[in-house]
Design a protein. Structure first.
Length: 234
């Protein structure tokens, strides 16, 4: 079984398209071997001409060779008009599926390049689980579309999409990147500065209040850091 990221857990009721994606995710989990990793609902962000863009990848498959196949699932109301393939989202105006695919593919390639993972191949497939494709157009290669008639062979088609891929040495780094596993190193200088600042603050308070203490005893016993005691004794 494929390894799923993040792990599946009970989710609140959402629109029908989400449940279709989850059904396809389950097919991949059961139908692919454990040498495959599958991510679902991956949020992405990129910069373009100083403007930050956001999006989400429905299903993202990482092959044993360390390459990526993005599965864009379009269930429900999909139609063709004016040379475009469109998806109706109810109250919002229909969205251009081809534009979405190109935008996501370009953003992912850009982010992989900046993360020094340019050795990773990125392909995309359009999944139409509720429609039968009876013709094709220039913008959508038939080999990169899975329609309702091909659902029984869904996992086989996903595996075959990687058949010509050579192994990438960056697979582990790719999985860490997609999982948002940040590598953080503490700033030692900043940490030392904070400790010194806190120590100075505590010491100054001690130096202010110790001389004001009035007591019959000649001796006053106090517990404080060495630097604070120096302040107090001065």
């Amino acid at each position: 079984m494929a390894i799923i990221h993040p792990r599946l857990s009970p989710t609140p009721a959402k629109q029908g398209g989400f449940h279709r994606e989850m059904a396809l995710l389950e097919m991949l989990r059961v139908g692919l071997p454990d040498s495959f990793d599958v991510f679902h609902g991956l949020a992405w962000s990129s910069m373009h001409q100083a403007v930050q863009r956001f999006g989400e990848l429905d299903l993202t498959v990482v092959s044993p060779q360390g390459h990526v196949l993005v599965l864009e699932v379009k269930a429900g109301d999909v139609f063709s008009e004016g040379g475009l393939l469109l998806k109706n989202y109810g109250h919002d105006k229909p969205k251009d599926i081809g534009y979405q695919l190109g935008r996501q593919h370009g953003a992912l390639r850009q982010r992989l390049k900046t993360a020094q993972l340019s050795d990773v191949n990125v392909d995309a497939m359009l999944v139409l689980p509720d429609h039968h494709l009876q013709s094709e157009g220039l913008a959508y290669p038939r080999a990169r579309i899975i329609d309702a008639s091909q659902m029984p062979d869904f996992c086989s088609l996903v595996r075959d999409a990687f058949s010509h891929s050579s192994a990438s040495p960056q697979r582990d780094a790719l999985l860490a990147f997609l999982s948002n596993q940040f590598r953080l190193v503490p700033d030692v200088g900043e940490h030392i500065g904070q400790v010194q600042s806190i120590s100075t603050h505590l010491s100054s308070g001690l130096a202010t209040w110790v001389p004001r203490i009035l007591h019959r005893s000649v001796q006053v016993h106090y517990i404080a850091p060495a630097k604070a005691r120096d302040f107090a004794n001065s």
